[in-house]
Design a binder for this molecule. Structure first.
Ligand code: NAG
Ligand code: NAG
Ligand code: NAG
Length: 329
């Protein structure tokens, strides 16, 4: 039999700790609104790389490169851009996010890619103007991460859009123009104008250092984050934008690493070969693809870029099917 004093002491102590946690988590945010804290989450390790494989690094340190025991991680999953927005609404919408994570995990999903951005005047914009955030929307993202972790799924968080949906680089350019900067509307302004680069860095910092309102865990300490993605499908104005894109990727990847050494960083490129790698242009989907300022090889070779990506649209691009079949048969 347990000694009597344990039964007497344990419950008040546990109760006291629980109340302190609730008070701490609930009143840490400036808005003082109540979020039910998450008191238990499964253990997870941070994902790193070892040569061409993804591995879970047991001690989590050193940017995933210097850890001790390693086990392989296989990526199986999909892109669900809508998770943050859906989580803002609560109720049935939130339940859909939880349900997708639960069912995905049941199907063997290990990684899900999603938007960690929404810039501008949209009803659920996360960044309403440079450096001004809607806490309500951030809490939606907190929820996405918690649901991923609960289901042992990891998320790739994309930080800005190339396209106009959810604001994108065009919104950053408009913000700079509205602030009176002499910024042309060229796509390349996003990748080169110092004010816009500062806006984007401030955004990166706010997200990477965000303290999850439900768990109290900073995003940079959250193992359910698989990687940061610089941009959804970056494209410059023309082939001559290549040096701008190359240095933008270098600068921004290094900036993330300066804030967070535990997570992988990727670009989010579609995977086209650029004008520098002429000999491979035949496998691009068309002439146009080499003239967007991205180059799969040069871009992916950047030191702080941990893994490469390719976006395939088999439904809308007959060429991919042709290409794949050409390879297979
Ligand atoms: C990387 O993987 C190889 C082969 O499995 C292993 O021998 C090596 O120890 C791993 N590297 C680290 C840093 O653990
Ligand atoms: C704005 O920038 C353009 C191109 O860089 C330059 O030609 C123009 O003189 C600038 N205008 C002002 C008002 O500084
Ligand atoms: C891309 O890589 C090639 C070959 O290494 C190099 O000659 C070229 O200058 C690079 N281009 C850029 C924009 O970095």
């Amino acid at each position: 039999m347990k000694p009597n004093w344990r039964d007497k002491a344990l419950y008040p102590i546990l109760g006291g700790i629980t109340i302190l946690l609730i008070v701490y988590l609930a009143f840490d945010e400036p808005s003082f609104s109540f979020t039910f804290p998450v008191l238990w989450l499964p253990e997870m390790g941070f994902v790193g790389t070892n040569s061409t494989r993804f591995v879970v690094v047991e001690d989590g340190g050193g940017g995933g490169r210097a850890g001790r025991a390693q086990s392989a991680v296989y990526v199986n999953g999909w892109n669900s851009y809508w998770l943050m927005e859906e989580s803002v609404w609560g109720g049935q919408s939130r339940a859909r996010v939880a349900e997708m994570m639960r069912r995905g995990a049941g199907m063997g999903m290990t990684v899900c890619r999603t938007w960690a951005f929404s810039d501008g005047n949209g009803p659920n914009a996360l960044q309403r103007s440079p450096g001004v955030f809607d806490e309500r929307v951030f809490r939606g993202l907190d929820y996405v991460i918690v649901e991923a972790r609960r289901n042992r799924v990891r998320v790739i968080l994309s930080l800005v859009n190339n396209l106009n949906a959810f604001g994108g680089k065009a919104q950053y350019i408009r913000w700079a123009q509205e602030a009176g900067e002499n910024v042309s509307s060229s796509a390349d302004s996003f990748f080169s104008h110092p004010t816009i680069k500062e806006y984007y860095k401030a955004y990166i910092k706010a997200v990477v250092t965000r303290k999850n309102s439900m768990t109290g865990v900073r995003y940079y300490d959250e193992p359910a984050i698989f990687a940061w993605e610089l941009m959804n499908e970056p494209r410059g104005e023309s082939g001559s934008s290549a040096p701008l894109l190359q240095s933008w990727i270098t600068e921004m990847a290094a900036y993330i690493k300066s804030l967070d050494q535990r997570h992988l960083v990727t670009i989010g490129v579609e995977g086209f070969y650029g004008l520098q790698t002429q000999e491979k242009n035949a496998v691009n989907p068309g002439e146009w693809a080499s003239s967007l300022g991205t180059d799969f090889l040069n871009n992916s070779a950047i030191h702080d870029i941990d893994f490469a990506s390719v976006h395939a649209y088999p439904d809308s691009c007959g060429w991919i099917l042709t290409y794949v079949m050409g390879m297979t048969y």
